[in-house]
Ligand binder design. Sequence first.
Ligand code: ADP
Ligand code: MG
Length: 697
Amino acid sequence: MGVNIEKVFGENVFDDAVMKVRLPKSDFETVKKLMHEGGEITEDLADVVAQAMKEWALEKGATHYTHVFQPYVISVGAEKHDSFASVPENGKIENTFTGEELLRGEPDASSFPSGGLRETCRARGYTAWDITSPVYIKEDTLCIPTAFCSYTGESLDTKTPLLKAMHAVSKQGVRLMRLFGNEETNRIYSYVGPEQEYFLVDREKYLKRPDLIYSGRTLFGAKPPKGQEMDDQYFGSIPPRVKAFMEELNTKLWKLGITAKTQHCEVAPGQFEIAPIFSISNVALDNNLLVMDLLKKTAKAHGMICLLHEKPFDGMNGSGKHNNWSLTTDDGINLFKPGKEPENNKLFQLVLACTMAAVDTHAVLLRLAASNTGNDHRLGANEAPPAIISMYLGDQVGDVVRQIIENGKAESSISSGEIDFGIKKLPKLEKDPTDRNRTSPFAFTGNRFEFRMVASSNTIGEVNTVLNAMMAEQFEKAVAALEGAEDFDKALEEYIAKLMREHARIVFNGNGYSEEWPIEAEKRGLPNCKSIVDAIPALLDETTIEMYGKFGILSKEELEARKEILFEQYAGVRNIEALTMVDMANKMLIPTAMKYTKKLADTVLTVKEAGVDATVQTEILSEVSEKLTEMKKAVRELEEITEKAAAIEDSQACAVAYKDEVMPAMAALRKPADELEVIMPKEEWPMPTYGDLVFEI
Ligand code: ADP
Ligand code: MG
């Protein structure tokens, strides 16, 4: 029996309904306003709220509280739990929780990557309550979402810059609305609905694969005879064990007020997707971290392991996170909604022109925000969107843009029409104004943009920081250009056409997976960063520094630090992978091959002794022996090359060495190992194969 969502939804969230009962009326109104709009809460009021939270939490069985924060680049929420216990007075302990404890925390930040921003001796980090994201109870702990910064005020997480970017786009967006004579809008909300892909594998099998344990992806493994080519997985029926897991996960998420809505089997065998209903970006960020956390924990409870890595299996589809993003005013106008007559909707046209300019200007920064080491195996590898950023607009909006570019304005629009199944009993469906172009990294989907490049294990913080900041920048420019124009309508029309013409190259409606596209993109001058390593320097591009500086989102020093952290992260991940391969080769694969050659040699002798021809046995023996020799040589080389790369001091040069030298050496070791797997008997192979891992859950 499934759980009734209506009954459990938000059960573990300190939400409006709980506050209404537990706070004095006037305090409730003030806190509610702050929660929806942000702002400073007084210490006195914080005390009242903390008291109510504590009582509510204790009634629900909580014993501890924690500030949840998310150190930059580490895609899990960090928590440091404190119990509610007070200092004993006259031998008596009480449960306490003060406003001060609610508002501020001081975790030791010295072990998180700092990119040289802090010396270890001054590594204090501070967490501050993000009042706009709900407080909740998880595993007997009252969890308080926070922003995380250093003693000197630098952002150490992805939450703080996101909040700043959301503020910037709201402020500039309101100015834009005023231009159009709108006096009602007071803020612009940026919404996100992240679709999360993941793999599930059996836990017992996982534990036999050091590569999965240490690096989250398989570093060896021959392709099974059947992969995803039959397309029989996609939207297939969900296996019972997975169904049970999903039910438990959904219930947990619903209790946390997370609207887990869609779930289905994905393209690759063993791959699935979960999508919540969209919410305000910072809440979506916190919720997505919780989703990732609970995916892992719940899978374990069902004897499975959830792999969030972007590319757990070579030759099969990887996982991504589609970031559905929109901007909507507090009086309900979705800025990305073309309406019935996009040719006459000047606000939409201006916002679209701004988006084209923004994406074109910050293409590499966007690509970087969507990247991590794991995503290098997807982007541009003919499955995920290519590494080139372009925008897909669909027939209707694409045609409006074409008219504006050609004639300075649009006069008509193609109607979307209806889909007619040709059967009387079936309803006619109104078509979306956009068809789905799955090959585009940045696709317009009717009332939002779907950014499809994002890495499955990344937070959505950075991506949405870039998206909102770049829109704030364009809105500000538009306001500066149009404010005080004598003939507003004419100036507006010209400005829209100018932006669209200048940035027309970013629009691409064709097949992003085709061989022609990179060639065409190069002609257009669009950047094509194959690896995250090539994209990292974009953090210090003039365009980036100017945009982030203007709105106080990230300073040059903070960007420098982030650049360092990303290079170090890349080298660190590849180093673990290389060492894991060496370890597996030495401890598992080479001994296996040696044992098998002995067995074969014995067989050859016995067969010959029996006076029978042993040609086949001898052939297999020499084949296995050849692979063994090749493997041994490759291990030695990989070890040497990795050691050299690790010794490079400059972080960028080090990352480049891992990409250009260590990676090929890893591939050189994998090749003979995978070939060996194919020719060896199954029972001799020391670990579960691809087939075992993905087809049997
Ligand atoms: P698909 O797989 O077809 O792309 P899904 O239904 O799986 O679509 O996911 C779409 C996501 O987009 C959901 O999280 C949904 O809530 C979100 N979404 C819908 N409308 C908006 C919007 N206006 N702004 C942001 N996200 C949206
Ligand atoms: Mg989807």
